[in-house]
Design a protein around this ligand. Sequence first.
Ligand SMILES: Cc1ncc(COP(=O)(O)O)c(C=O)c1O
Length: 478
Amino acid sequence: MDINKISQVFEDFQIPEEPTFVSDHADFLMNYVIPNSVHLSAPKYIGHMTSALPYFMMPLAKVLIALNQNVVKIETSKVFTPLERQTIAMLHNLIYANSEAFYRNHTHEADGALGLFCSGGTVANLTGLWLARDRILGRKTKQTVDKVGLWRSMQAHGYSDLVVLVSDKGHYSIKKAMHVLGLGSESVSVVPTDKNHHIRLDILEDRIKELRKQNVGIMACIGIAGTTESGSCDDLLAMAELCEKYEQDGDPIHMHVDGAWGGPTIFSNKHKQKLAGIERARTVVIDAHKQLYTPMGAGILLCKDPKDVKAIQHSAQYIIRKGSHDLGKFSLEGSRPGMSMLLHSALNIMGKQGYEFLIDTGIERAQHFAQMIKEHKAFELITEPELNILTYRYVPKKLRGKTEQLDNQDSVNRLQVSLQKKQRSMGVSFVSRTKFYVDKYKQDLNVLRVVLANPLTTEKDLEEILDEQATYGDQLSK
Ligand SMILES: Cc1ncc(COP(=O)(O)O)c(C=O)c1O
């Protein structure tokens, strides 16, 4: 059923007066909800970052719901507090690899946290930037932002403005966070990228110097480990060096890494070099519901220094009392599910080797798919896969071999949209689309986008997807 038709089934806005049998309602779910949801775990669904789950997640999710723990405080979750703290410590260790003594001291300490469990990457980015804002507006005077608000605290700290620096490939959650934090989306100082979608370091350095001269506070400098559109990774090492170079007395530059997608690349001995320098970031985001293969609703903010979370600490008398181990002291959310149990289980069941296999397989498959596209006369590869995401486009028959000369791309652009919609409507396979500036053509182009995170996607699936797209493309461009 198409979305307009299925929406009609959900038009009634009154709660039924009379109870309904559970079996009757189950029939409703079987008839209208299950068949009209998206088959995200299908091997040929390769368009978005939501993919298949390991088989053991379903029974574990049932256990989680049966226990229905609330990890805001120990009184409503008990073992879930040390379990969550251990899960975060495992990921912290993966990124920062501190000493055994460091983890013995900090994993379960009441007065700090190695990171915070959130509902996803958006809230994890927001929490990281909240923490960065409250650190920068909490150092020089007692007029801290949590007490006197943004306006008075900025004045007291002598800032004319406050910004974050991020490339033009930054996820839109950064703008959303700046909106929520009272700074507005114009406080995102957008730095251009090079032809491979990496932040331009020369422009970043000039921008930092300029902001310093204007007395604008640099709340955070954000590196991206796996951009949403093409999976590219900024040069995090060079960014960390810039942040340290322009650190002024009492005015550090908080480096934040958005590794919501690409963070788990660190599991791969072959590819972790792409994230070199991540360990120098003050905060790092990793989404568990992306490449750590847990169900939706799990993102993590890691904090290099466990004391940083004190900048956003809150307590109350009846709950999360001062000195308690309650996780709710530092989290944006209050009541919260024990999602960490699912990640804790996955990390134990699959281990480092299991995750390494998943990461390596995805990247190898993307490299192979890129080669298939290059060899196929009907397609043009637009971005090489740095991780497991790539972009390409269909080239109409009459333009093949001539794409270099194309100066007006309008009809080719429109064709990508109709091809992608046609493929989606047929329901056999799914590839997404996006639009960005392509250096080779000096203009914005519509491109097809593939995310290869499902280990069950085979080479044959990929061949069939290209054949299907070529058929639609040929029909639509006749
Ligand atoms: C790089 C990046 N950061 C942040 C997010 C936001 O994550 P979530 O959708 O879990 O809120 C995404 C989501 O696609 C992303 O790709």
